[in-house]
Design a protein around this ligand. Structure first.
Ligand code: B3K
Ligand code: ZN
Length: 865
């Protein structure tokens, strides 16, 4: 047996409690890059001043750097004054104020981790957040060291476009034929916001006039083949700029804003000052190469990165424990932007669904952590759903408690007070406290305690007296030890409606639960009251309440809150799946089928087809696995299929007409109402395919579609329900037409997940496909991420786990961040029944027995002892 602990020495832990200020200020940083694929030289000239007396040495960070020279005030520093351990370089006996000159050599083409400076399809690009700058030069790689950066880039003529942050100062042709560009960013920034791009790129330009009348030059740079797919992102950018002025009073500050699309990127995008770098899949869109969902994602991500210019860049994080300061707030901002731009109800349903299915799972599992974590080994592992999505929910609750006007005053105060500084979450909440006079001490537990609190609600109603009592009990998250848990302040929005008529009996009320248990009463309540709870999901808690079927039906029929209606029908689906798990032959409750038919017929629903589509979608596996513990994924899968079939049969007379009437006609428009109609039409077609052959419809739809959303739907439904010949033919045609990477990824993920053909063997074949690349995270996510997260049948088997573990090990040597993400489904073993657990754990043990990156060690060792 291999001693894993010996192979993977315990990595250093960084702790919030040990935060110390950096003892120097860096007044300016001048960087010169001499770009070359395998030997790039970086010269840093920076000026330093000591701010903490008594310190005599300077600690910098560096990783995988070839050190060429280090000079202080023009003098070479002798090796005897240098101590290099892990990722830190100590220079001893430095003066109180000095100029540092560092020359390093790096190899962008050897950089498959995609952190620091690397090559993507021959283009030089960077990713520095969180700790990538240390792969470029020796520097204090921490967000609280802010400086003014000037960047000179020199490159061969094969790289005509040379970009960095800020304003272009000069460009010139050098005598040796090479070219040079100099950029200067006048705003002090931490090095994680540094960016550089060099390549042969095409550009699309536009401009935006700000609220104070300044004209901003907007540019999107892409590989030449992609120039016809940038317009939508550019339009989205302008909408986001306008929205941030209108809603937050925030104006853009530089004269130029650039976005660059790159093919190889670890996440969605990066908010580098004035030079956002995007995963090409999050910026490129055209009707024939992006689905409706991709259009909406692109709009949201363009906005998110743009919003960071204030929430993240102008006011940044003191340390990485404050990550949610910028991420939670910015996700909240982008979700409100999407809600204002598209359909508010649908956006909120989608966000709530995502939070519950993914963040709640994380918050109950081995990597659960507070929104403001206390410690980490590898910060890259903390770009989590908790930091982003739960962080956004916490900001949403602040707005709910304060109301929109005070919240805006708080945000104005925050930006004003801390402009140009690196601050903490406490300072953000402090600004909200100052404008409102509210005491946020108890509220801060949302940032401090991990886990999802639970809410139980008991109601009693005297029909004779009209007295209604509602008891709200909060319970500690399942992962927290009850005795260490302090009660949360939970904003509970509720309303009471009459079960028969839907009439509002008690209008929407916001109750702040601060104790473990509180009872509220309402007098003179007539009728049969049904409670609509946590409206709009007013707090990120789990509702533990078995609600009578009749109540849920009333909520789904009548409630005026979209989330609450959707939640009610989801609860009915869950109860129905529970029945099927107990007795797979039991019939599905006719009341549920009648409800579905009624919702389809409801003229009000016709106004909001996207909402109806959400209500017709069954709960995701993750949600069901949480409810039916310990989970049996294969049994749950068949119960869910059974319910889907019963709904398809039960509402059989509606599917065809719904499909035919909902599919929008005319030129493709990626706007909310057309997207909603298409989404309902496709949902209906998928149900129709369960009750009768739809091959002709699918073939027609595939051939005549004016857009990728419809063509993709035809192929996807064919893959699960058409005759095998048509299914194979459409798969081949879809691949033949996949002339962009994004369409290829849709094909790869469908082939890796569809119910009929996505066996493990098929998944392996996909990794051997000529267009698959292990070094491109988008390809890896499309095949292996989709397989592990969305192909229950093939993945939840010994061979499935082995295949994922093999892939994780292979990837870890190239790109640790991606390996650490991909391994997650294995780390959730504790949710499953014993027959699953042992097989999963044995793969985890095999992984931990190898020499691993610190990213992967942290994740795997947290999930297995
Ligand atoms: N701030 C970046 C994420 C960087 C992740 C580094 N591992 C994108 C975003 O949230 O806007
Ligand atoms: Zn962000």
């Amino acid at each position: 047996m291999i001693d894993s602990r010996a192979m993977n020495a315990a990595p250093n832990t960084t702790r919030l409690a040990e935060y110390e200020r950096f003892p120097y200020t860096v007044e300016s940083v001048d960087l010169t890059f001499d770009l070359h694929p395998s030997e790039t030289h970086v010269r840093q000239i920076s000026t330093w001043r000591k701010i903490i007396p008594g310190v005599t040495s300077l600690e910098l960070n560096g990783k995988d750097l070839k050190r060429i020279s280090i000079k202080i005030d023009g003098e070479l520093v002798d090796e005897s004054r240098l101590v290099e351990i892990d990722e830190s370089l100590l220079i001893r006996q430095v003066p109180d104020a000095f100029t540092l000159e560092v020359v390093t050599q790096i190899s962008p083409e050897a950089n498959t981790a995609l952190e620091g400076l690397y090559l993507s399809n021959g283009m030089f690009c960077t990713q520095c957040e969180a700790e990538g700058f240390r792969r470029i030069t020796y520097y204090p790689d921490r967000p609280d060291v802010m400086s003014i950066f000037t960047t000179r880039i020199i490159a061969d003529p094969g790289y005509p476009v040379l970009l960095s942050n800020g304003n272009l100062i000069s460009e010139n042709q050098m005598e040796d034929g090479r070219r040079e560009a100099v950029w200067q960013d006048p705003f002090p920034k931490p090095c994680y916001l540094f960016a550089l791009v060099g390549g042969d790129l095409a550009v699309e330009r536009d401009n935006f006039v700000t609220m104070s009348g300044r004209e901003i030059d907007l540019r999107i740079y892409v590989e030449k083949k992609d120039l016809n797919r940038v317009r939508y992102a550019l339009e989205s950018l302008k909408r986001a700029m306008k929205w941030d002025e209108n809603v937050y009073g925030r104006e853009y500050d530089l004269d130029i804003f650039m976005i660059v699309a790159v093919s190889h990127f670890n996440m969605g995008a990066m908010e580098n000052k004035g030079l956002n770098i995007f995963n090409s899949s999050c910026v490129l869109a055209s009707p024939d190469a992006a689905t409706d969902q991709a259009f909406q994602r692109i709009e949201a991500i363009v906005a998110h990165e743009y919003f960071h210019n204030w929430s993240g860049n102008r006011v940044t994080c003191r340390d990485w424990f404050q990550l949610s300061l910028k991420e939670g707030f910015t996700v909240f901002r982008d979700s409100e932007f999407s809600a204002d731009t598209n359909s508010r109800a649908v956006k909120r349903i989608q966000d709530v669904n995502f939070l519950r299915s993914a963040q709640f799972t994380e918050d109950a599992g081995p990597t659960a952590h507070p929104v403001q974590p206390l410690e980490y080994q590898e910060i890259s592992n903390f770009y989590t759903l908790t930091i982003y999505e739960k962080g956004a929910e916490v900001v949403r609750m602040i707005r709910t408690l304060l109301g929109p006007e005070l919240f805006r005053q708080g945000s104005d105060l925050y930006f004003d007070r801390y402009d140009g500084q690196a601050v903490t979450i406490q300072e953000f909440v402090g600004a909200m406290a100052d404008v409102s006079g509210r005491d946020f001490r108890q509220f801060m537990r949302w940032y401090e305690q991990p886990g999802t609190p639970r809410l139980r609600v008991y109601m009693s109603h005297g029909s004779a007296t009209g007295k209604l009592t509602i008891q709200f009990d909060q319970k500690a998250p399942v992962i927290a030890e009850t005795d260490s848990h302090e009660p949360y302040l939970i904003p509970i929005s509720y309303q009471l409606i009459d079960r028969e008529s839907g009439q509002i009996l008690v209008p929407e009320t916001l109750f702040e639960l601060s104790e473990m248990s509180t009872t509220v009463t309402h007098e003179n309540v007539t009728g049969v009251p049904v409670i609509s709870l946590l409206r709009g999901l007013s707090a990120p808690v789990r509702l533990e309440m078995t609600r009578p079927v009749a109540d849920l039906i009333a909520l789904a029929r009548f409630d005026d809150d979209g989330v609450s209606r959707w939640d009610a029908i989801q609860d009915l689906y869950i109860q129905s799946i529970g029945q099927l798990l107990k007795d797979p032959t039991s019939p599905v409750d006719q009341a549920l089928i009648d409800l579905v038919c009624e919702l389809i017929r409801d003229p009000q629903m016709e106004q909001d087809p996207a909402c109806l589509a959400e209500m017709l979608a069954l709960p995701q596996d993750n949600i069901l696995w949480d409810v039916f513990q310990p989970a049996d994924p294969q049994a749950i899968l068949s119960a869910r299929k059974h319910l889907r079939q019963a709904l398809a049969d039960g509402a059989s007379k509606y599917w065809k007409i719904l499909f035919e009437t909902m599919m929008p006609e005319g030129p493709y428009q990626p706007e909310a109402s057309a997207i909603g109609r298409r989404s309902l039409a496709v949902t209906a077609l998928a149900y129709l395919a369960k009750i009768e052959p739809v091959d002709t419809i699918l073939e027609d739809l595939f051939t005549n579609a004016s857009n990728l959303t419809e063509r993709f739907a035809a192929y996807r439904i064919a893959r699960s329900d058409a005759a095998p010949e048509l299914s194979d033919a459409l798969s081949q045609k879809f691949l033949d037409g996949a002339d962009t990477d994004e369409v290829l990824d849709l094909w790869l993920s469908t082939e890796a997940t569809n119910e009929r053909t996505a066996t493990i063997e098929r998944v392996r074949e996909l990794t051997e496909h000529e267009r698959f690349e292990w070094t491109n995270p988008n390809r890896v996510r499309a095949v292996l991420g989709a397989f592990a997260n969305r192909n229950v049948e093939a993945f939840y088997s010994a061979d499935g786990y082995r295949m994922l573990a093999d892939s994780v090990l292979k990837l870890d040597a190239m790109n640790p961040q991606i390996a650490a993400r991909l391994v997650m489904p294995l780390c959730q073993w504790a949710r499953f029944g014993p027959s699953y657990q042992d097989k999963i754990k044995s793969e985890l043990r095999r992984i931990i027995g190898r020499k691993l990156s610190k990213d992967l060690v942290e994740i795997v060792s947290k999930s297995i002892d």
